[in-house]
Structures are given as C-alpha cells and as structure tokens.
Design a protein around this ligand. Structure first.
Ligand SMILES: [Zn+2]
Ligand SMILES: [Zn+2]
Length: 258
C-alpha cells in the first residue's frame, strides 16, 4: 500500500526526541511521501519545512503564514515567501486561511494576511493549503474574490454542503483523523459525495490522531487508520483508496517539481 501524508508538522518540537523513528515507522507503514507544512513557529522562520525536505527525498514542503500567526507578519514577511515558493521542493503555499475559533490574531489581520498570500500563490502558480475553522463563509468569499487556481482544504471537517461548495470551486478535500471520530457523520457524508479524484489523506501530525490513537501524539504512520475509514466510507478496498489518493497528490502537487 502506497500512501501520501499530504499535511504533517514533523518539524514540531514534539518530534525532537524521536523524529528519525517516527519517519521510519511512516515509511514502514507505506507512507510514500509526506508534505511538511512550513508554518512552524511563525513567519520569522519560513524555512522550517524546507529543512526537512532538503534532508529526505520523500519529503516535500510548503511555506506560509498560519492564520494564528497573522499578527506576527510584517511587510518583510512576504518577499522571502515569494522567493521560497520557487524552491523545487516547495509544492504549495500554506497552511493559510482563517481561524475564528481561537482568534489568536485579529480577524481583519487574518483576512489581509490571507489575501496577500492568495496573491502570492496566484503569481507563483502553485496550489494553496487552506486552514479554515468557524470561518467558512469568509474563507469562501476571500477565495472567490482573490484566487483562481488549485487548492486543498486541509483537515476537512465540514458537511456535504460545504464539501460541494469547495468542490464546485475546484478544490480538493483532505481528510484527517477527524473522519474516524464517532460523531463525525457529516464529515463522512462529505467524504462519500466527493469525486474520488478530489480526495486526499493527511494526519496533521502531531495533532488530531485518528481512532484508536485519539488523544495521543499523532504521527504519519497512523495515516493507515484514516485510509481504512475513508475506504470503508467509499466502499472500496483500502489498497485502491491508497492508490487513488496517492495519484491525486501526484497530479495536484508533484507536477510543480519539474
Ligand atoms: Zn490547520
Ligand atoms: Zn496543520
């Protein structure tokens, strides 16, 4: 089985002590590629995921300012992002978006930093990885007004209506551990209605571990659990689901590696 973890934070401090072992377990579990998300500790260090991608042939990276860190962005934040977007192993800009649940940055700042980065992605012609929490309507409005191109809704936790809106906009839906949670019926329904060629898998490690690891530190090897759940939702063998989602990732992101 070949899987892709399209969204993980392996630069996180929680992996400082055993990162090598975590990566080995991922490979042993069939995780063919991992996309390391470059938001890290904030805009002062935009290369945190690239450092991982430079070390391993099966790691790719993103760069971007997370909505939580929007208030830390300065006018100097964006030029390096633009330069780093042309790095051959940087496949996407993200995760960017809006988070009105935590509100760690003021909402108008989140919106302006989001828009600025949508413009960068459009210029670079690379996809965006979207984080949206309790901000669905604003996220879709910003996308419609400021973006044309490909993208991924990461850790998709909406229901079928939101899924349809995202799909109509041409985006992919990436499902994580939440898909395995008992109360996530609307998320499973969203996963059921989406075309197979728009589905991706992710862990968002170290966050949101799937059942039966829920509450523990998440890691890419646990992607297998989410893959099994998604295969069951779709009524197809897990090997087929793995092959389809891997192909989707390759088609969407790997064509930018040249
Ligand atoms: Zn996120
Ligand atoms: Zn994330």
């Amino acid at each position: 089985m070949k899987l892709v973890d399209s969204h993980c934070h392996l630069d996180d401090k929680q992996f400082a002590a055993d990162r090598e072992a975590v990566i080995e377990r991922a490979r042993a579990a069939g995780v063919e590629y991992m996309m390391a998300i470059g938001t890290g500790d904030g805009p002062q260090d935009p290369e945190t995921a690239i450092r991982l991608a430079d070390c391993y042939p099966f790691f790719y990276a993103t760069v971007g300012v997370h909505p939580h860190d929007a208030a830390k962005a300065t006018p100097e934040t964006f030029r390096p992002l633009r330069d780093l977007l042309s790095h051959p192993k940087v496949l996407a800009l993200g995760e960017i978006g809006l988070d009105y649940h935590y509100d760690f940055s003021p909402r108008d700042t989140q919106r302006s930093v989001f828009i600025r980065q949508l413009e960068l992605a459009r210029e670079a012609g690379k996809p965006v990885v979207i984080h949206t929490r309790e901000a669905w309507a604003d996220t879709m409005q910003m996308l419609r007004e400021h973006y044309t191109g490909a993208g991924i809704f990461h850790c998709f936790t909406g229901g079928p209506a939101e899924a349809q809106e995202a799909l109509d906009f041409g985006f992919h839906l990436s499902f994580g551990g939440v898909l395995t949670f008992p109360k996530a019926d609307p998320v499973r329904e969203a996963a059921r209605i989406a075309p197979l060629d728009r589905l991706l898998l992710e862990t968002d490690a170290p966050y949101l571990a799937p059942v039966p690891y829920r509450g523990k530190r998440n890691e890419p090897a646990f992607l297998v659990e989410t893959a099994r759940e998604l295969a069951q939702v779709r009524g197809i063998p897990v090997e087929e689901l793995a092959a389809v989602t891997t192909r989707n990732f390759e088609r969407l992101c790997l064509r930018y590696t040249g």
